[in-house]
Design a protein around this ligand. Structure first.
Ligand code: PLP
Length: 406
């Protein structure tokens, strides 16, 4: 028997154990239930203001907006629905830069940001903006002194993610916000990996803009949110022209099933994330202990303190991640961000931490979450330890054949 003989949300009979919660989270069954009627009789256009079907869908969208707002300490009017964190990040970065370009033309971001943040920022250079991409320290965290050095009265936006999607580290957001405020720059945070997993309150952190993604919080794919502060009001230029929905910031018909799904996911996260984080820390410690006993030279990438509980990123020196994954068909793990896993480039995030190409290629990301069980952790750690051992014996044998004794 190859896989765990059990039925859970993520590892039914014959299916690999899912350990890639940073790439996507399974949709919570309660979210599916909440969405279902909006694929059925409640199919109306939420912007149809003249009849029952429109009101029904529109009201559901507004309830969802309230629920998302509550999760992050915002008000409903500060929530703009988008197609996902990629769109939210594009809207925040390009929107702020373009709206304020006559006053300020400098934006600052981090080398370890998600590709959509880096590409949005660097793309603005073609429009004449100056872009600073700051390095990170060996632990993956931003050096606040470096930030202080580059943010000036010409900086319109600083974009720093809350939690990194490859290595799980949590950036010092409140401190970053203070530096931004000091120079009058807006602060945007890609919170796709943070919201619903760790406390993320836009008031406490003094964030001006924040991006969320449905499918990173046990909601559906294809929906996200951009939080846009109203007091004081943050103004930005929309990406799309159209009917002026979402206060003119995001034209296009909203998808009520997806909005409702994200709203329900936010309610569940608000209620359960504290207990969930505690349970995940216990699973994480168990995972870590078992790996380090069996593979004592394994290295953890990213700060060991300032990190979310549901992520571990390991380097197993000398063991290529591609070989490891090929031998672990019963597990769904990854080499880094899903968007880059088809490429043979080493992870730019790990490179930014100072890892060699060789160590980057020998690194894997493990992500667990709401539906991960202790049994799955034990199963996975046993499999990984065996496979690392098998690969190392194999390469030892190969090198003995390659250099026959004299
Ligand atoms: C997944 C992710 C994104 C992209 O979100 P989508 O909703 O899939 O577009 C952006 N940033 C981070 C940190 C992510 O983890």
């Amino acid at each position: 028997m190859n896989t765990l003989d059990k039925n859970s949300a993520t590892s039914g009979k014959g299916r690999p154990v899912y350990l890639d919660y940073q790439a996507s989270t399974p949709v919570d069954p309660r979210v599916v239930d909440a969405m279902a009627p909006f694929f059925g009789e409640k199919f109306g256009n939420p912007h149809s203001s003249g009849h029952f079907y429109g009101w029904e869908a529109g009201e559901a969208v507004e309830v969802a907006r309230e629920n998302v707002a509550r999760l992050i300490g915002a008000t409903a009017r500060e929530i703009v629905f988008t197609s996902g964190a990629t769109e939210s990040n594009n809207l925040a970065i390009k929107g702020i830069a373009r709206f304020h370009k006559d006053q300020r033309n400098h934006i600052v971001t981090l080398a370890t940001e998600h590709k959509c943040v880096l590409e949005s920022s660097i793309g603005l250079e073609r429009e004449g903006f100056k872009v600073s991409v700051l390095p990170v320290m060996e632990n993956g965290l931003l050096d606040l002194d470096r930030l202080r050095d580059v943010v000036t009265e010409n900086t319109s936006l600083v974009s720093v993610m809350a939690v990194n999607n490859e290595i799980g580290v949590i950036q010092p957001l409140a401190e970053i916000a203070a530096i931004c405020r000091d120079k009058g720059a807006f602060f945007h945070s890609d919170a796709a990996q943070a919201a619903g997993r760790i406390p993320f309150d836009v008031e406490e952190l003094s964030v001006d803009l924040a991006s969320l993604s449905g499918h990173k919080v046990y909601g559906p794919m294809g929906i996200g949110v951009l939080y846009v502060r109203r007091r004081p009001r943050v103004r930005l230029e929309p990406l799309f022209s159209g009917g002026g929905q979402e206060q003119g910031l995001r034209s296009g018909t909203l998808a009520p099933p997806l909005c409702v799904g994200l709203g329900e996911a936010a309610v569940i996260a608000a209620q359960e994330s504290t207990d969930e984080a505690e349970r995940l820390s216990t699973l994480r410690d168990r995972f870590l202990e078992k790996i380090l006993i069996n593979i004592p030279d394994a290295k953890i990438n990213g700060d060991v303190i300032s990190r979310i509980p549901g992520n571990l990123n390991f380097t197993f020196p000398g063991v290529m991640a591609q070989d490891l994954m090929a031998g672990l068909k019963d597990l769904a793990i990854s080499t880094g961000s899903a968007c880059n896993s088809a490429s043979v480039e080493p992870s730019y995030v790990l490179k930014a931490l100072g890892l060699s190409d060789e160590d980057s290629f020998a690194s894997v990301r493990i992500g667990f979450g709401r539906f991960t069980t202790e049994r799955e952790i034990d199963f996975a750690t046993d499999k990984i330890a065996d496979e690392v051992d098998r690969i190392r014996r194999g390469s030892l044998q190969q090198s003995m054949h390659a250099t026959p004794a004299a």
